[in-house]
Write a protein that binds this ligand. Structure first.
Ligand SMILES: [Zn+2]
Length: 70
């Protein structure tokens, strides 16, 4: 299921509420979220990437392993 990049809830791919940015399709739960994204797409795309890299779980896990195996 795609994630609404603005409020981060799961949305159905069948929704009419979508926007294409940088060749990627983004789906939204409401016209408000879509408008919000279109007003400032960079912000929401950046946030998406940051959450992946600095996800608490993977960060902590990776750090620990590195410390004890080397
Ligand atoms: Zn939303």
């Amino acid at each position: 299921m795609p994630i609404d990049p603005v409020c981060r809830m799961e949305v159905s791919e069948g929704t009419e509420l979508k926007a294409v940015y940088n060749g990627k399709v983004y789906y939204f739960c409401s016209p408000e979220c879509k408008a919000e994204f279109e007003a400032n797409p960079e912000e929401y795309i950046k946030g998406e990437e940051m959450e992946h890299e600095h996800g608490k779980h993977s960060h902590e896990h990776g750090h620990r392993r590195h410390g004890c195996c080397h």
